[in-house]
Design a protein around this ligand. Sequence first.
Ligand code: NAP
Ligand code: G4F
Length: 338
Amino acid sequence: MPKTALITGITGQDGSYLAEFLLREGYTVHGIVRRSSTFSTERLDHIYQDPHDAGARLFLHYGDLLDGNGLNQVLATSDPDEVYNLGAQSHVRVSFDQPLFTADVVATGCLRLLEAIRNRQQASGKQIRFYQAGSSEMYGATAPPQTEATPFHPRSPYAAAKVAAHWYTVNYRESYDMFACNGILFNHESPRRGETFVTRKITRALGRIVHGLQDKLFLGNLDAKRDWGFAGDYVRAMWLMLQQDAPDDYVVATGTSWSVREFLEQAFAVVDKSWQDYVEFDPRYLRPAEVDHLHGDSSKAQQQLGWKPEVDFKALVAMMVEHDLEMGRKERILADAG
Ligand code: NAP
Ligand code: G4F
């Protein structure tokens, strides 16, 4: 039987790759979209299906992780076999400005969804498998390499909220025998990455610099190291977790790490430019507490799920730079046309 999935955060980077992947796997895909005064579905435009068409398999519903009643309704309407909770205020720096809002969406939002699923399972008698989008930020100050057994030491309101969501998920698995999994995903990027995360901020700026639209790029801490992978690879791991015989928690990472400075070097090398000619320091981009070094060990996912990353760091940087050079070229044409 073809399966049905419900995705929170479908309009985000990962949501769009996961929706694409599940549609390819034959799923019917439902997604929760927040109401806003402008469209937020740009990342889904290429897979959009008119719900009036016979055979449509992608359906969007208004909803919000802040609204438990709405979550109950969307679960009843969509009747999913699998729920992927990707919705979040996902920016670490912003979580210091909006700690309560971040906790409400990321931590209590996960709890609202778990409760809604528990109620739905009781009412329908059908099992719903649950994926929680955990983060390597939960390790925070703990030294690398980080595995499933590494203790958490969160360094931001975002990370603390993700730790709460992690333990809510474990607790619902243990208390109610729910099929609930935590993916502990290290940083993953793509040409669809939000433009205020450091990798995309760099490649977008580079595309504009090359086309004469920008001459400076302001950044914060260049010493932090991250284990950067490709988002398209990581959504496959989410799905694999929900296809196993038993629920469990898994680290998903490349097992390599690079500093922000090294990302800059690699990106500017693609166009034979020196980043030092363009980058300036702005303390606005520093965080009250920094995460210095994330470097994951995904042996468990590789052995038990048969997952491995396909895109390495160099290929990832090149993919993002090439995409953003093209965006810069189009912006230049528009600017020249007035
Ligand atoms: P993203 O691009 O920032 O997308 C976040 C999504 O959450 C968007 O669709 C956003 O909707 C939605 N959202 C925000 N607030 C919401 C609310 N109150 N109710 C419902 N939905 C809400 O993030 P991402 O990079 O795709 O990451 C996906 C998930 O993985 C997040 O939970 C993130 O914290 C986690 N994660 C990401 C990484 C990474 O490196 N990318 C690593 C580890 C974990 P709008 O479009 O309306 O804003
Ligand atoms: O790109 P970032 O904002 O990503 P960060 O903080 O690692 O968080 C991302 O990955 C997490 C997984 O580990 C996710 F859970 C989370 O949702 C998000 O997707 O910053 C990376 C590093 C930081 O050390 C930051 O201080 O880059 C440094 N940085 C330096 N200058 C900057 C900047 N970060 C941003 N966003 N903007 C800057 O100008």
